[in-house]
Write a protein that binds this ligand. Structure first.
Ligand code: NAI
Length: 299
């Protein structure tokens, strides 16, 4: 058993560092704090950790109470090296750019504790590649959370060929500590969930672009006809259209399959600054709280 096992019964040994305080990082930090784990959240962009910290503290008590847990301590940092000092579990949630993630993993390889579990929340990128950047390939693994990360129960655990069995067991145990249900999958582009979700989203966007149906009707079709809790275009707006574009580019490039190529409508929307819920405009218009205002802005 690893020295820093997340299954440590009193959880006192576990110190989590979440890198990136955006949409996913703040949700992952919230899940960790509400599970009683002391957590440090770091982001390089000024102001992000302050907003992310409010997001976590506003929700942590209630979530911990629902789960019968005591709230862990949240600290924030704007310096990566400070944040991962003493961390036993590191979860990276920075933008979906291979160069940026590789640089983070290079730093982790240099300064993280030798036994620390090093996880990436990437949706599409190669875990093997990140493990290679870290230079300690046995301790690197994918932990792909879903949005909102404190509520969604699935974590796709992605084991590279170099990931050790102990690391895989630690990641699965950590999922359970966080109240999540893990599936363990192989390290292929887009894993299971992104491959399936991206194709559905692409087809939905093409349907809207060709004028076959409105965005609202496409979403209604999948909600009522297929029992999806959320339509594919509402989901794309929630994920962030810029993040979706990065994911498609990454899978299209790694798999060399044209069905993953970003639909022109998506590229145009991102170019126009329509990034979905976070910018107030996407396939729908949103108010400041993220409520849909006035029906679809497309179709
Ligand atoms: P985001 O753009 O909301 O947040 C990323 C954050 O990382 C930004 O605040 C940025 O300032 C920060 N950052 C960038 N470089 C950094 C560095 N070197 N050190 C520290 N912070 C840094 O992105 P989002 O949507 O949270 O995505 C993050 C990751 O999660 C991506 O890999 C994405 O594919 C994955 N993901 C996203 C989902 C979604 O619904 N948005 C769902 C599941 C996974």
């Amino acid at each position: 058993m690893n020295q820093f096992s997340p299954t440590d019964p009193d959880r006192a040994m576990a110190k989590v560092a979440v890198i990136g305080g955006g949409t996913m990082g703040r949700g992952i930090a919230l899940a960790a704090v509400a599970a009683g784990l002391d957590t440090t959240l770091v982001d390089q962009k000024p102001g992000v950790v302050a907003t992310a910290s409010r997001y976590v503290t506003d929700r942590a008590d209630r979530l911990a109470h629902e789960r019968g847990q005591t709230v862990g301590r949240l600290t924030v940092a704007d310096d990566l090296e400070l944040a991962i000092n003493g961390a036993t579990i590191v979860i990276e949630a920075v933008v979906e750019r291979p160069d940026v993630k590789r640089q983070v993993f290079q730093t982790l390889g240099r300064i993280a504790h030798p036994d620390a579990l090093l996880a990436s929340n990437t949706s599409t990128l190669s875990i093997f590649d990140l493990a290679d950047a870290a230079g300690r390939s046995d301790r690197v693994i994918g932990m792909h959370f879903f949005n909102p990360a404190h509520r969604m129960r699935l974590v796709e655990v992605v084991a590279a060929s170099t990931t050790s069995d102990a690391t895989r067991a630690d990641a699965v145990a950590l999922c359970r500590v966080l109240g999540k249900e893990p599936i363990v999958v192989a390290d292929v582009a887009g894993f299971v969930t992104s491959r399936l979700g991206l194709l559905l989203g692409n087809e939905a966007m093409r349907i809207v672009a060709e004028g076959t149906a409105t965005a609202a009707d496409v979403d209604t079709a999948m909600r009522l006809g297929y029992n999806h809790p959320m339509g594919p275009l509402e989901l794309a707006d929630l994920v962030g259209l810029d993040a979706r574009l990065d994911n498609l580019r990454s899978v299209a490039e790694r798999m060399d399959r044209s069905e993953f190529a970003p639909p022109p409508l998506l590229s145009e929307m991102v170019e126009a600054g329509h990034l979905g819920r976070k910018s107030g405009h996407g396939f729908y218009h949103y108010d400041a709280d993220g409520t849909i205002l006035d029906g679809p802005s497309h179709g």
